[in-house]
Write a protein that binds this ligand. Structure first.
Ligand code: BCO
Length: 169
């Protein structure tokens, strides 16, 4: 919190818009995903991080990327699909992952107009997602998301309802 007050820590949401600074951050985030999600093909990571229909919420400290979440907002369906989520190795378990998720929820609700998130969580990330309010019970009607999100084996589908009023940050 102190670093945030000193202006050294910031949370941003960017997509591939050609702005130099955004590109540098997206490349930094893509590299973190590459290291932290070894089972994901590198080309797949680059493709989604750089896709114009995806957005990335990132933690930036002293102009370096600490971690981030890449998601695809399905605005007409009012839900977002989280594609990747990671914090750089030496900064994990310091609370960044939680704060990142809170910023994501606030942005998704207030800017994209979303009400839910869905994600296929890795087995070992289920605990983290559960602490962020995700459940294995899916309340969204299947017609809302089936055919939109890509299902992949090895992941467990989890859902999070975004509170309509809660100040997340
Ligand atoms: O609040 P508490 O202190 O009780 O709990 C903390 C952590 O202990 C707990 N936690 C963190 N990682 C966990 C976990 N619990 C179970 N299993 C885990 N793997 O969650 C609470 C929040 O901790 P945090 O805010 O300090 O989390 P952190 O470390 O900043 O960020 C969490 C991760 C999961 C983003 C980070 O550890 C990470 O990058 N891990 C490696 C990459 C990864 O597993 N990413 C998620 C994979 S799923 C994916 O991206 C594909 C589909 C979404």
């Amino acid at each position: 919190k102190r670093e945030e007050e000193a202006g050294r820590l910031k949370f941003v949401c960017v997509s591939n818009d050609g702005i130099d600074e955004h590109m540098v951050w997206l490349i930094g985030l893509k590299n973190i995903f590459g290291r932290q999600l070894p089972n994901m093909p590198k080309e797949y990571i680059v493709r989604l991080v750089m896709a114009r229909n995806h957005k990335s919420v990132m933690v930036i400290r002293r102009n370096h990327v600490v971690g981030g979440i890449t998601y695809r907002p399905y605005v007409s369906q009012k839900f977002g699909e989280i594609a990747f989520c990671a914090i750089t190795a030496d900064e994990q378990v310091k609370g960044y992952g939680t704060r990142l998720m809170n910023h994501l929820k606030q942005h998704a609700r207030d800017v994209d107009g979303l009400t839910h998130f869905l994600t296929y969580a890795d087995n070992n990330a289920v605990g983290y997602f559960a602490k962020q309010g995700f459940t294995k019970e899916i309340h969204l009607e299947k017609e809302m998301w089936q055919g939109y999100i890509k299902d992949y084996d090895g992941g467990i589908l989890m859902e999070c309802k975004i509170d309509l009023k809660l100040p997340y940050t």
